[in-house]
Every structure is written in structure tokens, then in C-alpha cells.
Write a protein that binds this ligand. Structure first.
Ligand code: NAD
Length: 502
């Protein structure tokens, strides 16, 4: 296996040009320093935005299917580099290699999707009330798109946005998480390689801005960036959303979740239990769609909790560890702050808990600077406000319900509205759930996490209301124009039959 330094130089050939002292990038696997980078200054951010405007003006004139060809080539290059990029994802954000591969596959999938989309950016022809008039709806490129991403999906979120934005005729500016700038530079290097050999791709079509909140905030406040697509915490969204709105920009917000599964009396537990485990301990509980609450019919609560307990004990004993090792299912938390957040959440819930399994730090001897934890399983008598906030760590709360109506009330009580699921073999319960879950995602008999790119992804309430990836999400990256054409020879008629004879 390559050393981390070799991997970084292979994926980011120009890494030396980013060297500096402001941003230390460490691996959550063992705390080792991967790189030390400089951040973009305010003047550099400004210059990148200006370059993005120039690139947009060129790119919007390129036909959609030709724009799609660039993304097809990007997808091909990602296929070639999949293994190396997946390893860098694992090194930089700590998710297990299998999930790192899944994330890069998601990039490839969205590229394929965007290629097809590049020939389907269609509008409507609308019946006009006036003779010899044609009314149309046109979809036009929007402008530079600012992408702000979180550490836990360091590359896929960029691809969801960039692949669509670029086939839609936009340029992109990406401010990745300050915890994962290397994977961003690696993606940029791959993009640059593809764009360099592509006639008509302007300089600065896709750019990366290295920095933290301040660099993101500069982009957020700049009127030259008509769309800000921001993925991260609700805390960040509460700052970014109003700032973009204040300048009449558009925002696409993908924020925190507090996702639940309801287990009904008819549920097949062979389906439910593995879904809870992947949803709650997978990615070390650091997915926006991670399962955080399991609401179980009272007749099944003992059985479900005891089954989960033995699985959690086994996972804690043998499945937490080095995310590059094939036997590992749970890698480290991103950093000490995340560990402290987890401990604080467990401390808050302690007085209410019926039982807590796990939650403690493990492997400290092997990885003194890595924050590995035994995932926590918490049994409660009922839901309370203590668990209304998202804790971005592997904690799952299990508690009972008596009627499905009550389960949905409890389910919808939290301020977030991202992903939800019901385990049932009763079609009436499934349909009731789909109609009453207030989330953007409502699954039946599959877990809360692990969405496919074909559907629109996003959630309601404090999750921000944005939709990206599949379905008609592409419309967020374009501007809608209504156009009426008169092709007759007489004096044109006015709408609503208004007479205005001079
Ligand atoms: P974070 O909010 O700390 O940071 C996210 C990004 O926002 C980073 O790039 C950061 O630099 C930037 N940022 C912070 N303050 C800013 C400001 N004032 N102006 C502009 N940019 C600013 O989130 P995180 O810890 O990296 O990620 C975890 C969070 O992200 C969780 O809440 C998780 O649920 C959420 N998330 C949501 C989705 C989704 O699709 N809904 C996907 C992944 C992660």
C-alpha cells in the first residue's frame, strides 16, 4: 500500500503550490499530519469569483450535450482513479474504505446521470389564450454556483452539485470543509486534467477555495454568485440562508438530520435489525441520514433492544478500528470535538436513560490521537427534548410507542426533517407513514441512510428545504424564463382581452 504522502502527491501533483502554515490537515485515523496548507486570502477569493464569472459567460454558450461530454469524461477519469481517491477519502475523513469507495461510486453515478440530463434540459410549450401566440418556458444557465460542503461527504456532495451545474451551463466555486481540503484538491486536479484536453472548457470553470467559515462567508455575500448550495450543520445554515436571502440570491440548503425508524408489530426483524445497524453505526454515525431514533411498538421493544444490544457489544469488541482494514465496520470520529460532543450528549441523557450500552472511547493505546468509540445504544422510556438536537456521532435512542398515530407525532416532534423509515409488512401502515412523515425522505423496509442519486435528496424544516441530485433538482441550477412570441400579421391582442386602441 502507498504511503499517505505518495498518495497525496499522486492525486494532487501541484500540492507544493498549496503549501502553507494556516491549515494543518490531520488524519482522523491516527492524528498524523497529512499536509499543511495556505488558505485563500480575501483578494484571492475575489479573483476566483471574477474568473468564475468570465468562465460562465463562455460556458453558457456551449450546447448542453457538449457540456455533458465533459462530465462524461470526468466520470471516466473518476472510474480510473476510484481506488486512490477512495483511499484519500478514508485517510482524510475516516470513513471505512468500503464506504469511501461507495462515495466515489456516487460521484461516478451522478456524472452518468448528468450526461443523460445534458440532453433533457427541457421546458414547456404552454397554450396561449391569444391567437397566433406561442408561450414557452425556457431554462437558461444561471451563473457561478458556490458550493460549500461538509467533512463527512468530502467528495460526493461536490459531484452532486458540480456535475449538474456544469451540464446546466454554470461555472462552480467549491469551498470544501476545512477538515477535508485534500480530497477537494484531488477532485480539482482530476477535473483540471479532463478540462485541459477539452476544447471549449474555459479556465476557471471549476475552482476550489481553500479556507474555513470566512472564505465561505465571502462567497455567500457576493452578488456575483447567484446560487449558494451549502451542506453542513443547521447552525451554519441559519447564518448562510438569511445572508443569501438578504441579497436576493438563491440558496440550496442541505443541513442536519435527526432521522428515525418506526418498527411496527408486523415488521420483519431480519430486515429491520441490519438496517438499524448500518444506519446507526455505519460511517461512525456521521451521516446526515444516520439513524438516530428507533421508535418501536411496545410489544417488540424488549426483543429489538436485546437483539441490538448483542450486536452493539459484538461491534464494539471487534468491528471498531483502522478504517483501511477490511474487517473494520466503524472508523474514528472526525476529531476530539466530535468525541466531546458525543460525551456531552450521553451525559445529558444519562438521567433519563433506562440503559446505555457503549459510548466510551476505545483503542486509545493503539491510536492515542485518534478518537475511536464504542457506538452507543440508549434505551429510553420515551422521547424528550433532550434528543431533539442532532449529535453527529454514533448514538441511537430506542423507545416505545403504542399507536401508529402516536409514533408519527413523536417522529415529527423534532425540528429536523431529513430521512425517515418504517419497518412493516402492513401496506396500510406503510401508506399512513408516507403520508404523515414530515421528512424529505420516507422509506419503507430500508434504512434511513444510503440514498441513490436518481431521487431528489434533501429535507424539510431545519434540514433546510433544498433538493439536489436526481429528479428535477437540476432546475435549481438554472433560471426559468417565460417567453411569449407573436407570429401573426395583425395588431397583436392584449392578454385578458384588454382593449387599448390609440
Ligand atoms: P459545518 O456546518 O461545521 O461546516 C460545513 C461547511 O460550512 C464547511 O465547509 C464550513 O467551512 C462552512 N461554514 C461554516 N460556517 C460558515 C459560514 N458562516 N459561512 C459560510 N460557510 C461556513 O458542518 P460539518 O461539521 O462539516 O458537517 C456535519 C454537518 O453537516 C451535520 O450537521 C450533518 O447532518 C450535515 N450534513 C448534511 C447533509 C445533507 O445533505 N443534509 C450532508 C452532509 C452533512
Amino acid at each position: 500500500m502507498k504511503s499517505s504522502a505518495d498518495l497525496i502527491t499522486q492525486l494532487i501533483p501541484n500540492i507544493a503550490s498549496h503549501a502553507g502554515t494556516e491549515l494543518k490537515v490531520t488524519s482522523p485515523t491516527d492524528g498524523a499530519e497529512l499536509a499543511s496548507l495556505r488558505m485563500d486570502s480575501a483578494a484571492e477569493v475575489d479573483a476566483k469569483i471574477a474568473q468564475s464569472v468570465v468562465a460562465f459567460r463562455v460556458w453558457r454558450e456551449v450546447p448542453g450535450p457538449r457540456r455533458g461530454e465533459l462530465i462524461r469524461l470526468l466520470g471516466e477519469k473518476l472510474r480510473e482513479r476510484k481506488e486512490e481517491l477512495s483511499m484519500l477519502v478514508t485517510l482524510e475523513c475516516g470513513k471505512i474504505l468500503e464506504e469511501g469507495r461507495g462515495e466515489v461510486q456516487e460521484m461516478i453515478d451522478i456524472c452518468d446521470y448528468a450526461v443523460g440530463l445534458s440532453r433533457q434540459l427541457y421546458g414547456l410549450t404552454i397554450a396561449s389564450e391569444r391567437k397566433d401566440h406561442v408561450m414557452q418556458e425556457n431554462w437558461l444557465p444561471l451563473g457561478p454556483v458556490g458550493i460549500i460542503s461538509a467533512f463527512n461527504f468530502p467528495v460526493a456532495v461536490w459531484a452532486w452539485n458540480a456535475a449538474l451545474a456544469i451540464v446546466c451551463g454554470d461555472s462552480t466555486l467549491w469551498k470544501p470543509s476545512e477538515k477535508t481540503p485534500l480530497t477537494a484538491l484531488a477532485c480539482q486536479a482530476i477535473f483540471d486534467e479532463v478540462a485541459a484536453g477539452f476544447a471549449g472548457a474555459p479556465k476557471g470553470l471549476s475552482q476550489v477555495i481553500i479556507g474555513a467559515g470566512a472564505q465561505g462567508a465571502q462567497m455567500v455575500e457576493d452578488t456575483r454568485v447567484p446560487l449558494i448550495s451549502a451542506t453542513g450543520s443547521t447552525r451554519m445554515g441559519k447564518i448562510v440562508g438569511p445572508k443569501v436571502a438578504a441579497r436576493f440570491g438563491r440558496s440550496l440548503l442541505e443541513l442536519g438530520g435527526n432521522n428515525a425508524m418506526i418498527i411496527t408489530p408486523s415488521a420483519d426483524l431480519d430486515v429491520a435489525i441490519p438496517s438499524i445497524l448500518f444506519g446507526s453505526v455505519g460511517t461512525a454515525g456521521q451521516r446526515c441520514t444516520s439513524t438516530r431514533r428507533v421508535i418501536v411498538h411496545r410489544t417488540l421493544i424488549d426483543k429489538v433492544f436485546e437483539t441490538l444490544k448483542s450486536a452493539y457489544v459484538q461491534i464494539g469488541a471487534s468491528k471498531v478500528g483502522d478504517p483501511l482494514a477490511s474487517s473494520t465496520l466503524v472508523g474514528p470520529l472526525i476529531d476530539e470535538l466530535a468525541y466531546e460532543g458525543m460525551q456531552a450528549a450521553l451525559g445529558r441523557v444519562k438521567a433519563e436513560a433506562v440503559e446505555i450500552v457503549g459510548g466510551e472511547r476505545v483503542l486509545q493505546d493503539q491510536f492515542p490521537n485518534g478518537y475511536y468509540v464504542h457506538p452507543a445504544l440508549v434505551r429510553l422510556a420515551k422521547q424528550s427534548a433532550t434528543i431533539h438536537d442532532e449529535t453527529f456521532a454514533p448514538i441511537v435512542y430506542v423507545f416505545p410507542y403504542d399507536t401508529l398515530e402516536e409514533a408519527l407525532e413523536i417522529h415529527n416532534e423534532v425540528p429536523q426533517g431529513l430521512s425517515s423509515t418504517i419497518m412493516t409488512t402492513d401496506v396500510r401502515d406503510a401508506e399512513y407513514f408516507k403520508r404523515h412523515s414530515d421528512c424529505g425522505i420516507a422509506n419503507v423496509n430500508i434504512g434511513t441512510s444510503g440514498a441513490e442519486i436518481g431521487g431528489a435528496f434533501g429535507g424539510e424544516k431545519e434540514t433546510g428545504g433544498g433538493r439536489e441530485s436526481g429528479s428535477d433538482s437540476w432546475r435549481a441550477y438554472m433560471r426559468r424564463q417565460t417567453s411569449t412570441t407573436y407570429f401573426g400579421h395583425d395588431k397583436p391582442a392584449l392578454a385578458q382581452g384588454i382593449k387599448f386602441d390609440v
